[in-house]
Ligand binder design. Structure first.
Ligand code: AKG
Ligand code: FE2
Length: 279
């Protein structure tokens, strides 16, 4: 996977390099995105407190609405035998947060939404006209104020002493949505797979923003942008005794958007939630 470079968000060539990276490998690492300094660290600290308290069980998710707290080992990736070693919280726009949380999380949510709109504009501007013509309405319009866009606050606890073979923090999967924005996690571990099956570490440093294509954009763009398989592997040595946190924002279209003439975003999402055991 040559060409997996960190791209400077502020550089004049950023849009061209970013769209080429999502076309070629489905992932990009952006350096210096417009996120206020210290914000991501504040959000990690706030949620570390949330996950370490039993109060979290008062926010256990509602399966129909897919929001709230998802306890440890709830989710299993599509076609995987074991659940992932993670717990998480799903936050949608304009929702109430547990007391003591909120301010920093919402600032980050909004910053990521704005960056996402810029990135979708780039993705549409720098693809072939026949692919552009398939985005009806434009990528930015189809996602504006979408009720399905969500921030997932993920906690991967310290690893148990013995981990059964094949059990990892997040098993190999593709994201279902249009694009995912992922501020650098508190630990390494994220890997992407190339078309020959080899795994590569995603070279994100603190302050970077990782972006990847989801299945909905792959479908809507007739695979011009590819939804790449990725995973989070278990750490070794002392890092195994530490938690890992990450904060992917999954940008979704409105439910009634036609991804293709055959399927709406809503029908596609329902199908996936059933496959991964969340519905
Ligand atoms: O934790 C990470 O770095 C990635 C998480 C992820 O891929 C997901 O939740 O879909
Ligand atoms: Fe993912």
């Amino acid at each position: 996977m040559s060409g997996f470079l960190r791209i400077d968000y502020q550089a004049p060539t950023a849009a061209v390099e970013f769209t080429a990276s999502l076309h070629n490998i489905g992932f990009a690492v952006l350096q210096s995105p417009p996120i206020p300094a210290g914000l991501v660290e504040q959000v990690y600290a706030d949620w570390q407190s949330f996950f370490s308290s039993d109060e979290k069980f008062n926010y256990t998710f509602d399966p129909q609405r897919q929001r709230g707290y998802f306890p440890f080992q709830m989710e299993r990736a599509k076609n995987q035998a074991h659940p992932d070693l993670k717990e998480f919280f799903h936050l949608y726009a304009r929702e109430d947060l547990p007391p003591g949380l909120g301010a920093a999380t919402w600032v980050l949510f909004q910053a990521l939404i704005r960056i996402g709109a810029d990135l979708l504009t780039w993705l549409e501007a720098y693809c072939p006209p026949e692919i552009q013509a398939r985005f009806q309405p434009s990528l930015v319009k189809m996602t504006q104020d979408s009720p399905e866009t969500l921030l997932r606050i993920l906690h991967y606890p310290p690893l148990p002493k013995t981990v059964p073979r094949g059990v990892v923090r997040a098993a190999a999967h593709e994201d279902v949505n249009l694009i995912t924005l992922l501020p650098a996690a508190t630990q390494a571990g994220l890997e992407v797979q190339d078309r020959h099956g080899a795994w590569y570490r995603v070279p994100a440093e603190a302050g970077d923003l990782v972006v990847n294509v989801g299945d909905m954009l792959q479908l809507a763009s007739q695979s011009y942008y590819c939804s790449t398989t990725h995973q989070v592997v278990n750490p070794e040595d002392t890092l195994a005794g530490e938690s890992r946190f990450s904060l992917p924002l999954f940008i979704h279209p409105h439910p009634d958007v036609q991804l293709t003439p055959e399927i709406t975003a809503q029908a596609y999402l329902q199908q996936r939630l059933q496959e991964i055991g969340l519905l």
